[in-house]
Ligand binder design. Sequence first.
Ligand SMILES: [Zn+2]
Length: 364
Amino acid sequence: MKNDLTSIEFFILVLSFPLKVYPGSIKNAFMRKLYLATAVSVALMIGLRNPQTGQKNFFIEQLAPGVWAAIQNDKGGHAISNAGIVDLGNKTLVFDAFMNPDAASELKQTAEQLTKHPVSFVINSHYHDDHIRGNQVFVPGASIISTEWTKNEMKKAEAEEQEWLRKNIGKSLEKAKQQLQSATANEKDEAVMWLGYYDGIAKSLPTLKTTLPGLTFKDSLWIHGSKRSVLLIECKNCHTASDVVMILPVEGIAFMGDVLFVKRHPWFGDGNAESLKKQLEDFYANASLKQFVPGHGPVAGKGSVDTLIRYISDLQQLATEAVQKNEVDSDFIKQDVLSQYKSWWFGRFYPDNLTEVYHEAKKK
Ligand SMILES: [Zn+2]
């Protein structure tokens, strides 16, 4: 909260400047008081709207009364993905648990400070490590919820991945440090994020415990609180075989998990680009939805959903042309990122995304 106060104080200082430097500038005493009161109100409004709240691993952005996005601090923080906090009234819900327990502890503490209730529900949008490894800090107090498929996949994937990481994290961390050192000016910011990614894993591994969801569902699930209800929708064969999008129908907010990436390349490697596109088109067409919290990148409006739909279409078109020309996939995936997506982070996912759309085009 430190940054909020700093910004409020700063704006009070700026707005009261004319009175201090030119005491005669507003002559009438009543007008002077009125000006000062207005200045303080404006400063408070600006300060309270400032999303920066001083957390180490993420920053908080309020989307509606009782609804917050927790956006990853990508300057070396350990969250690695975005999360959400929802005050259900009598209970608190957290959407996604971040990559590492240290970031998740901060999320839990922040959620409880904001809502004044302990966290009762944690949703895992899908099985990828950067959305589920913080689970352990929420139990036994909260129920962890995912789709049935996600729980089973998480169990399998985490056992394999953690075994691999315990053997290889030293090398990966070293490589990330070297990449940062040799990064160009354009690559530097993203290299800092990846260093945070490997640093977080190295630090969390000694105490990391795979914590599986205790409640599972298929298709959809409503969670009702005294103030509001949220709808969990299973998106099949999107970013993975099973992802959860959380809808707040009254507020028109969708927590998308990795069904949506903003200003970052998505990851098609564990999903299906064509059905992801269809799901995104449905969300785009849903007139009641106004704000979208992606799994990676800033909070967005409909335009970003449309951009991702176009990204998928553009890659599909490239793949269709390559298949028609009998180009082999090993050549096809070597091509440069399309110019309109060159500024996006996660360019390392591009060859895998091309592979996925190529194989989908081949099946047609
Ligand atoms: Zn993911």
